[in-house]
Design a protein around this ligand. Structure first.
Ligand SMILES: [Fe+2]
Length: 277
């Protein structure tokens, strides 16, 4: 049985029209609104305005990773209603970059969920200081990716909310309830089999969620898929990122859920990722 045979893919009947520019220009194409299931574990990809959000249903609650825009909350709510599963109880940003977190605090408050952050992000929020930003010399690689996403402009709701999260100068003023910081290697309570991995490099506060039995990795920007699956060239700390790649490469993974682009499925995924140029 191949890896693709082992992962069941399903499509919630919820409208999603990808931006035309992403369809025309992104080499990997736009992400789809789709669910992936193996070994009783499900992850649902919900494409948003600036990134892809992921829903992870557990036995008693549902987790949500990343909410790029306030505008994304309506679609996430539609998918939750279709799932008819347990309520959303936990919201985790893969890292605090604006395209992953402008809608995160409003989403957590809307659903009554707790936010849990990487310890560095938690400390930065508590002390009111900014996190390190990606290095200026790597910022050039950011601009083509915005075209590959369809050149999204800021949503009116995000502008009204003040764009206060995820920029190099942001103090990330969460109003939602903050839970304990996410420890490296922590088993995620309420979500059997899921564990937290600290994966610095693209961002100091990057986390992935890994389910070894299912072979699922929710990767944030640690892996992206604009060009068929690639390591991220936009880096805050190249040495940390090398160590992160070395740590992830031996993991048994048959589906990678990237922060941008379609979900990657198949064998030897890490071997197939484009290297950092
Ligand atoms: Fe990022």
């Amino acid at each position: 049985m191949s890896y693709l045979d082992r992962v069941r893919i399903f499509h919630p009947p919820i409208a999603h029209v990808p931006p035309p520019l992403a369809r025309w220009f992104c080499p990997a194409g736009p992400p789809s609104l789709a669910g992936f299931e193996h070994a009783g574990v499900r992850v649902i990809a919900v494409p948003g305005r600036y990134c892809v959000s992921y829903l992870i249903p557990g036995p008693e609650g549902t987790a949500l990773v990343d909410v790029g825009s306030c505008e994304d909350i309506v679609r996430i709510e539609s998918v939750l209603a279709w799932l008819a599963g347990p309520p959303l109880c936990l919201v985790i940003p893969s890292h605090l970059h604006f395209d992953h977190c402008l809608g995160l605090d409003p989403a957590a408050r809307h659903f009554g969920a707790t936010v849990r952050l990487h310890p560095l992000a938690h400390e930065a929020v508590a002390r009111g200081h900014a996190l390190r930003a990606p290095r200026l010399r790597t910022l050039g690689v950011f601009f083509p990716t915005w075209l590959w996403q369809g050149l999204p402009c800021f949503a009116a709701e995000d502008l009204r909310a003040g764009l206060r999260f995820g920029f190099p100068w942001s103090r990330n003023p969460f109003q939602a309830k903050l839970g304990e910081p996410l420890r490296d290697g922590e088993r995620l309570a309420g979500f059997p089999g899921w564990q937290v991995l600290h994966t610095p490099g693209h961002a100091d506060d990057a986390v992935c969620l890994y389910h070894p039995q299912a072979g699922f990795l929710v990767a944030g920007d640690t892996v992206r898929n604009f060009q068929g699956g690639e390591w991220n060239p936009l880096l805050t700390d190249p040495d940390d990122y090398r160590r992160t790649r070395e740590r992830l490469a031996p993991l048994g993974v048959q589906a990678i859920f990237p922060g941008h682009g379609p979900v990657l499925t198949g064998p030897r995924l890490f071997e197939c990722l484009r290297p950092v140029c």
